[in-house]
Design a protein around this ligand. Structure first.
Ligand SMILES: [Zn+2]
Length: 319
C-alpha cells in the first residue's frame, strides 16, 4: 500500500490541510476558516473535518499527521498553551487528534514547521544550516542547524521575536519592552504608524486607509512608503532595520547558510529585504556573514502547510 503524510497549518484566520505522497508531493488540499473562541473541542472537530477532506480515500495509508500551530506549545506533549488567537483554554492537540484519528500526530510551532518545509522542499539546495524567520502578526524563527531542528530543552527555541533590541522600546505582548516583535511585527508597524499619525487626517497613509485610523495596516504603511510618503518610509524602515539587527544576531549565534524571511510583512519585498541586507552587510562580523543568503520563502504562502507535511515525514526532528 502506498504511504502518505498529512499536514495541517493551524492559523489564526484559516486552517489549511493537505495530503502528500511519500516524496512530500501534495496530492489534495482543503481549508476552512478558523473560528475563534469556540474552545478546544470544537477547534479539534474542525481540524478533523478539514484533514479528513484532504485525506479522502487515502486515509488508511496515512503514516503520520503533522500540525504547525501557534505557540506557545510543548512539542513533546503537543499541548497548546491558551493560544490567544484561537481560544482561552489549553489545547491538548496531539492527544485529542491521535484519539480521534487513530494516527500518530506531531505538533510543532508554525515557524519551526515552516523552517522544515523550506529546508526540505523550498528549493534552497542541500544546505544543513537554514533559519526561517516569520514576520506577520508575530515574529518567530525556526532554526535548522547541522540538519536538525533546534528546539531546545522545552521545545521553545527560536523565539527571536522576544529578544530585546531596545530596552526602552515599545511594550510587547510578552510583558517586556523593545522586543523584536514589538517593533517589527505587522501589528507593531500599524501601531507605530497610528501613534505617529495621531490626529493627522491628511497624507498618503490616511488616504490608503480609507480615511480611518484603524484602517492603517502594515500593508498600508508599506504602500505609502513605496509611494514616497516620508513618515511611512521612516516607520517601515525602522521595522526593517530592526529586523536586520535580529538577523545579524541569528547569524552570529547560529552561522546559517540561508536565512528565509516569510510571513505577511515580508511580502513588502525589497522595502523589507533591502534594509535587512544593508544592516547585515554593515554590522555582521565578516566571517559568520560570509556567503549567507537572505531570501523570501521558496514555497511562498505554502511554507507553513508544506512544513506541517515535512513535520509528519520526520526529517530533522528528534521526537
Ligand atoms: Zn516580547
Amino acid at each position: 500500500m502506498a504511504i502518505y503524510y498529512a499536514g495541517i497549518d493551524l492559523g489564526g484566520t484559516r486552517m489549511r490541510a493537505a495530503l502528500a505522497d511519500s516524496e512530500g508531493k501534495m496530492v489534495r488540499r482543503s481549508d476552512a476558516l478558523t473560528e475563534r473562541g469556540l474552545g478546544s473541542e470544537r477547534i479539534v472537530e474542525r481540524m478533523i473535518e478539514v484533514v479528513g477532506e484532504a485525506m479522502g480515500g487515502e486515509r488508511a495509508g496515512v503514516a503520520c499527521l503533522g500540525v504547525g500551530a501557534p505557540g506557545p506549545l510543548d512539542a513533546r506533549t503537543g499541548v497548546l498553551f491558551h493560544p490567544v488567537n484561537l481560544t482561552t483554554d489549553d489545547v491538548p492537540l496531539k492527544e485529542l487528534l491521535e484519539d480521534r484519528l487513530g494516527l500518530p500526530v506531531r505538533v510543532h510551532n508554525d515557524a519551526n514547521a515552516a523552517a522544515l518545509g523550506e529546508w526540505l522542499f523550498g528549493g534552497h539546495g542541500q544546505t544543513q544550516h537554514l533559519i526561517y524567520v516569520t514576520v506577520s502578526t508575530g515574529v518567530g524563527a525556526g532554526i535548522i542547524s547541522h540538519g536538525r531542528l533546534i528546539d531546545g530543552f522545552n521545545t521553545t527555541a527560536g523565539e527571536i521575536g522576544h529578544t530585546v533590541v531596545d530596552p526602552n522600546g515599545p511594550p510587547c505582548g510578552c510583558g517586556n519592552r523593545g522586543c523584536v516583535e514589538a517593533i517589527c511585527s505587522g501589528s507593531s508597524i500599524a501601531r507605530a504608524a497610528t501613534a505617529a499619525l495621531g490626529t493627522v487626517t491628511a497624507g498618503r497613509m490616511m488616504t490608503l486607509a480609507g480615511g480611518k485610523l484603524d484602517g492603517v495596516t502594515a500593508e498600508v504603511v508599506a504602500q505609502a512608503a513605496r509611494e514616497g510618503d516620508e513618515l511611512a518610509s521612516r516607520i517601515f524602515f525602522h521595522a526593517a532595520d530592526t529586523l536586520g539587527i535580529a538577523v545579524v544576531n541569528l547569524i552570529h549565534l547560529f552561522s546559517p547558510e540561508i536565512v528565509i524571511i516569510g510571513g505577511g510583512v515580508a511580502e513588502a519585498g525589497d522595502l523589507l529585504f533591502g534594509p535587512v541586507r544593508e544592516r547585515v552587510l554593515r554590522t555582521a562580523m565578516s566571517l559568520p556573514a560570509l556567503g549567507v543568503r537572505i531570501r523570501p520563502p521558496g514555497l511562498g504562502q505554502d511554507a507553513g502547510l508544506v512544513g506541517a507535511i515535512a513535520l509528519a515525514m520526520g526529517a530533522g526532528i528528534d521526537r
